[in-house]
Design a binder for this molecule. Sequence first.
Ligand code: B12
Ligand code: SF4
Ligand code: SF4
Length: 313
Amino acid sequence: MDGAVDAGLKDWLKAEAEALGFAHVGFAGCEPFKDGHLQEWLEGGGRELFPYLAAPELLDPARLLAGAETALVGFFPYARPDAVPGMVPGSLKLSRYVWGPDYHMVMKARLQRLLASAKSHRPGLEGRVCVDTAPLLERQLAVRAGLGWQGRHTLLIAGKGGSWGFIGVLLLNVRLPLDKPFQGHRCGSCRACLDACPTGALSPFRLDPALCLTTYNLETEREPPGNVLEAMRETTWIAGCDRCQEVCPWNRTPLWGDAKLWGGASPLHTLPAEELPRGTAQWKKLTRRTALRRVRHRHWIANLGRVLPEPEK
Ligand code: B12
Ligand code: SF4
Ligand code: SF4
């Protein structure tokens, strides 16, 4: 594939990606990122907790696809009006992004379909789909593609589209016209997310992964430090945490995800904690094809023990 600029392919890809549910789509170059504060993040706990996110791989998107030139970056909204964690008195809080079908599956399938279709039009085109799990700085790539900025909570805010959206990336071995990177930020003097975080994991534009609730209730089975454990119990976040996004003014009028795609609330979101099913088979049934299936049953049970008050003796 030569590196010729191809506006026709770009416009076609953008229109197709939008038709597949991506509310914002931009195109970024795949040149390596500058180190910035990455080392600091790795040494501050990132390396130990997420060993697959190692430098220098993380800094170079082209390591994921030979000859990668352009990244299509899409923002896939997932908020929906009926998904309000803790909306039923006595229920536990599961973050919005685990309420529906597993976004990895949904977005990967759609981007794979787009890639297959693009390849059939352009012999020689190669690509790679990345959604969350690849060692890729997806939010930085989204900023480079002009989709928005990383807020003080570190998440991508897609302007008026807010931050309730996943990022999906399609790396391509062809040079397409690039979008203008987003410059600066639009957080102003706001500090709402920093003040609302129950564990103090946030400082401006920086997250301490060793303190974020999500690290312990979803990503790792390690025992949380005392203050995180206390915060889990007080806030009842049992899977993920949305607090820093709930208070963000950019999320006041969110982009709603496709209602048909997300289905209804499951008993995990609505039952009082004491009535939640405990058995492995029920857990598997309730989490089938959802992002929660990535959490082991024994981790879920451990989380329940952490969140529920000690029984009175
Ligand atoms: C590891 C990971 C986590 C970890 C660590 C998060 C983190 N901020 O690093 C944990 C488990 C805590 C986590 C939590 C969540 N995650 Co997560 N996570 C990832 C993952 C896999 C990698 C993130 C990463 O690259 N971290 C590495 C560090 C280096 O990135 P960084 O924070 O941008 O670091 C920069 C800044 O901190 C800054 N910096 C560092 N130090 C300093 C110091 C100063 C002074 C300054 C100015 C700056 C600065 O420089 C660093 C390098 O550029 C991505 C998917 C992907 N492959 O990108 C999803 C991803 C970021 N997660 C996502 C989501 C949805 C979440 C949660 C909302 C889930 C939930 N509801 O519970 C929470 C939100 C927590 C939060 N406020 O960020 C989405 C975010 C979508 C969006 N709109 O941005 C992603 C993109 C997945 C996806 N494909 O959609 N996540
Ligand atoms: S997800 Fe929760 S614990 Fe993690 S930084 Fe945001 S508010 Fe803090
Ligand atoms: S809550 Fe305020 S500081 Fe935090 S990301 Fe949103 S606008 Fe920025």
